[in-house]
Ligand binder design. Structure first.
Ligand SMILES: Nc1ncnc2c1ncn2[C@@H]1O[C@H](COP(=O)(O)OP(=O)(O)OP(=O)(O)O)[C@@H](O)[C@H]1O
Length: 362
């Protein structure tokens, strides 16, 4: 199932001209305030009729200006999750989940059980929303959206109103949804950390246009794109698999670039992970360093170098993955770096915060 979007719409002083595709998985719509994200979401939802455009999910046409098609919001089969959960305060969790479902059959029961289990909300079914934390309320809102059997989920900054602890609590459920629901999720976010952890596809918006779009790992390691997330947030995403839990408290990971050691990650051997490695945490050496505390020394090759404010962003090819490192121009010069030069990327084990590590299927 794929969402395809082509939109043209003019407001006084603002022109939207955006096209992108969102495959199954989570597509993050990312961009500055005023870049047009909400306008895109409204047009996909059917709240804004674009002056011209076409929106389809699978073989279902939601909007087609040429053919005069414009389905109203309630006929689009879209599940919504907003910043605030918007649950009914007088209904308990179970009633909130089932709101809008008329018939009670065995299929529906099985559905409910599956969703309740996926979101870990079984123990709160008889509680009212007032007795839930913000994160728990958002899980119920997710459940309600899925139980309507949507073709597409629209999420507009669903974590923005939560503190970090509540965000951490709900992120694993969003990962499960992304990996198991089998439908496109269009997810508006301002947070590079969320995009790095959750997105399958990233669509970058700038002044009403799509300035770049593609798979998350390629997007976040692209020197032309990464700095737009902010220099301190610039970093590549690596996929890895837990290979062993070591007796001294480290977890040994396998990546295509070689082994990686991080402080204990509480997940079973074999679990697929997604690691966000910030460019400012990666050092470069031209010979294998000795007598150094950093545990991770990854053989790599300079792919390209881009001048950025305060230094140079070096893209390193390690195995079939890309790592970014931000160093000063002087260091780049002293090391004699240029494309093709073999190097070692050096990473402190503790620089990858446990809360930023994502779990992915496969
Ligand atoms: N109904 C409207 N009438 C006129 N201008 C509008 C209307 N809706 C949006 N705009 C303009 O379109 C531009 C894009 O707005 P939009 O809300 O889509 O941006 P955004 O990327 O979602 O921003 P934010 O991250 O702040 O929510 C803005 O300049 C806004 O003022």
């Amino acid at each position: 199932m794929m969402l395809t979007v082509t939109l043209r719409h003019a407001f006084p002083g603002f022109q939207l001209d955006a096209s992108f595709q969102a495959p199954a998985g989570l597509t993050a719509l990312f961009g500055h305030s005023g870049s047009g994200k909400t306008t895109v979401v409204n047009a996909v939802a059917g709240l804004l009729r674009p002056q011209s455009g076409r929106v389809t999910v699978g073989d279902m046409v939601l909007t087609d200006s040429d053919a005069g098609v414009f389905l109203p919001p309630h006929r689009r089969g879209i599940g919504y999750v907003f910043q605030e959960a918007r649950l009914f305060p007088h209904l308990n969790v179970r009633q909130n989940l089932l709101y809008g479902h008329w018939f009670t059959g065995r299929g529906q029961q099985a559905d409910l059980s599956r969703v309740v289990e996926m979101l870990g909300i079984g123990h709160m079914l008889s509680r009212r929303p007032a007795a839930l934390s913000g994160g728990e309320r958002q899980r119920v809102a997710l459940g309600r959206a899925i139980l309507c059997h949507p073709r597409l989920l629209l999420m507009d900054e669903p974590l923005a109103a939560l503190d970090q602890a509540r965000k951490d609590e709900i992120l694993p459920y969003l990962e499960r949804l992304r990996d198991h629901a089998g439908l496109p999720i269009l997810y508006v976010s301002h947070s590079p950390a969320e995009v790095a952890r959750l997105a399958t596809t990233v669509v970058l918006m700038d002044k009403g246009r799509v300035s770049a779009a593609g798979p998350v790992a390629a997007m976040l390691s692209d020197p032309a794109v990464a700095p737009l997330f902010g220099m301190a947030e610039t970093g590549a995403v690596l996929t890895a698999r837990i290979e062993a839990q070591e007796p001294d408290g480290l977890t040994r990971l396998l990546t295509s670039a070689g082994p990686l050691f991080l402080p204990r990650i509480a997940a079973p051997v074999g679990t697929g992970l997604r690691l966000r490695i910030l460019a400012q945490d990666v050092m470069i050496a031209t010979a294998p360093p000795r007598g150094i505390s950093a545990l991770n020394v990854i053989p790599a090759q300079v792919h390209d170098m881009t001048a950025v404010p305060g230094g140079v962003l070096v893209r390193l090819q390690a195995g079939d993955q890309m790592i970014l490192s931000r160093i000063t121009a002087r260091s780049a010069d002293v090391l004699g770096l240029s494309p093709g030069v073999p190097v070692y990327a050096v990473l402190k084990a503790v620089s990858v915060a446990p809360g930023t590590i994502g779990v992915s299927r496969g």
